[in-house]
Every structure is written in structure tokens, then in C-alpha cells.
Design a protein around this ligand. Structure first.
Ligand code: G
Ligand code: MN
Length: 281
């Protein structure tokens, strides 16, 4: 049995370790991380509900931190009040996702990669041309890149962002309305957006199997996507039950932990071989 003093000492030492590891990240740390090239995309597969084949991947930001390990956006995005920094990170994500997509093409994996656009870039004149230049430089056809924009950002800024969205679509890029169900776009706004895909937020899926009112809302969202001629994607599918539900409601694609967690670009081929021979194992 440790003495009381030993226990107190040990607890305070533990507390100190916790304080060190929980020390808040500062903006400076993030800048240093960008300079040291520590930010990279991981990729989460999106599959067709009917044929179950791979339909695309979404690039999700990660920070390979030298001491803290692999960090998810939840650990560092709250620090980024600074939009300039967010735009820098988005540029890194675009560049690395396009380069990775080009490498997959060499392995005959020809699916679009989706990249989330930071809200400010949506209003940045010239963003469509810069994205086009990046794709051209890597030899990536535009239909193999999908730009994801949250519904809330579109609802908020439609006047300023519409020009960019139209330019991206005219150039042939895909355009996804992300986190649908959380942003309150009305139908009139949605009809003006030249999107190719609607990603239905997990919030609309969670509990829909048990509660008819939620299921009806989910069904409405999927039918709205079909009405607007958009591919529908159920986000955050976590179980067989949820897979069956969105499939029954006529959704086109699914993404979520039930299918695969986000993974390093180099791991996609291994995952794909396993998925193709035996899904859901
Ligand atoms: O906003 P956007 O839809 O781009 O964010 C996707 C986020 O959802 C990522 O952070 C990803 O890690 C997370 N995610 C992916 N699949 C699942 C899932 O099945 N369940 C939950 N709860 N989150 C998921
Ligand atoms: Mn997204």
C-alpha cells in the first residue's frame, strides 16, 4: 500500500503530466506544423449502397504532431480563429489530396476525391481558377475532384458564394452540399446551387430507425436530393441497421465507420482489396 504522501505525490505528478499533454495548442504551434509539413489528409471511403463498390473518398485533415501523435481536427480547429490559417490548411489539403488521387490513378483506382472548402475561400474570387490550376498541374481531370461546402455556409453567404460555385461546376468539378440538415437552406436556395451531390448529416440518421418522425425527415432529404438531381450520400453510417435504413429509403451512397474509418492514403488499396472480397469484415 502506498502511503498517503506517496499517493498525493503520485497524483500530483500525474496531474502535471495531464496538464502538459492537455496544454492548449497555440496558433504559433499550428504555423510551425504547417512549415514542418505535418498536416496531411486521411481518406474515408464512400460506397454505392446498391452495388457496394467504392464511389469516392473524402479527405479529412490530420496533424502528424511530433509529440502528441496523429491529431484530428477537433484537437486543433478550435484554435484556428484565424481564417487565413484555415485557408492555408485547405490549400495543403487540396494539394496533397490531388497528388494522392493522381497516385491512385496509377493503381487503377479512379474515384473522385472530395475536399472540404473553408468558409472564407467560398467567397474568395479566384478560388475556382486556383483549384483548376492545381488539378491541371497534377493532370487530374476535374470530375475527379469534388468540392464540399457546408449547407450552413451556403445559406449564410449565397449571394457572395454563388459565383464561385457556378465557376467550379462550369469547369467540371463536382460540388457537394455538406452536412445537409444542419444549415437551413430553403428549397429556392438549393435550386440555385449547381451542386452534384448532397451529403446528409449524421444528425438526420441517428435515431431515425427508432423514431418515425425522424425517419420521415430523412426520407424527405433523400427525396429532395433526387428531385434536385443530386447524388445523395448518407454520412456517418455506423451500423448494419443504419445501412439498411438508408438503402431502403433510396439513398445512393453511404460513408461512415460501418464501412471504414478514415485512413492514410497508402492504406486505401489494402482496404479496397479486403472490401471487394469481403465487405463488412
Ligand atoms: O463535416 P464533414 O461531414 O466533412 O465531417 C465528417 C466528419 O465525420 C469527420 O470528422 C469524420 O471523422 C466523422 N465521421 C466519419 N464517419 C463517421 C461515423 O460513422 N460516425 C461519426 N459519429 N462520425 C463520423
Ligand atoms: Mn465533408
Amino acid at each position: 500500500m502506498p502511503t498517503v504522501q506517496e499517493t498525493v505525490f503520485r497524483n500530483s505528478a500525474l496531474q502535471e503530466i495531464e496538464e502538459i499533454s492537455a496544454a492548449p495548442l497555440a496558433l504559433d504551434d499550428i504555423w510551425r506544423g504547417i512549415e514542418a509539413d505535418q498536416f496531411l489528409p486521411h481518406f474515408q471511403p464512400k460506397v454505392n449502397l446498391r452495388g457496394m463498390e467504392l464511389a469516392g473518398v473524402e479527405a479529412l485533415m490530420r496533424w502528424q504532431h511530433p509529440e502528441r501523435g496523429l491529431l484530428s481536427p477537433g484537437a486543433f480547429l478550435p484554435v484556428i480563429a484565424d481564417n487565413f490559417l484555415f485557408d492555408e490548411l485547405t490549400a495543403v489539403m487540396l494539394e496533397k489530396s490531388i497528388a494522392q488521387s493522381r497516385r491512385w490513378q496509377n493503381d487503377k483506382v479512379n474515384v473522385p476525391v472530395s475536399v472540404n472548402l473553408s468558409p472564407d475561400l467560398l467567397r474568395d474570387t479566384g478560388i475556382a481558377e486556383r483549384i483548376e490550376a492545381k488539378a491541371l498541374r497534377h493532370g487530374l481531370p476535374p470530375h475527379r475532384l469534388i468540392i464540399e461546402v457546408p449547407e450552413a455556409a451556403i445559406a449564410h453567404d449565397i449571394a457572395e458564394s454563388l459565383d464561385n460555385l457556378v465557376r467550379l461546376r462550369v469547369k467540371g468539378f463536382g460540388l457537394a452540399i455538406d452536412d445537409f440538415g444542419t444549415g437551413h437552406c430553403d428549397r429556392n436556395q438549393l435550386e440555385r446551387i449547381p451542386a452534384s451531390e448532397m451529403k446528409i448529416d449524421r444528425l438526420m440518421l441517428a435515431g431515425a430507425g427508432q423514431r418515425p418522425a425522424l425517419k420521415a425527415l430523412l426520407q424527405q432529404a433523400i427525396e429532395l436530393a433526387r428531385d434536385l438531381n443530386l447524388n445523395s450520400v448518407a454520412e456517418g453510417v455506423e451500423s448494419q441497421e443504419e445501412w439498411d435504413l438508408v438503402n431502403e429509403l433510396g439513398c445512393d451512397m453511404a460513408q461512415g465507420y460501418f464501412i471504414a474509418r478514415p485512413m492514410a492514403g497508402d492504406d486505401l488499396l489494402t482496404w479496397l482489396h479486403a472490401w471487394t472480397s469481403d465487405p463488412f469484415v
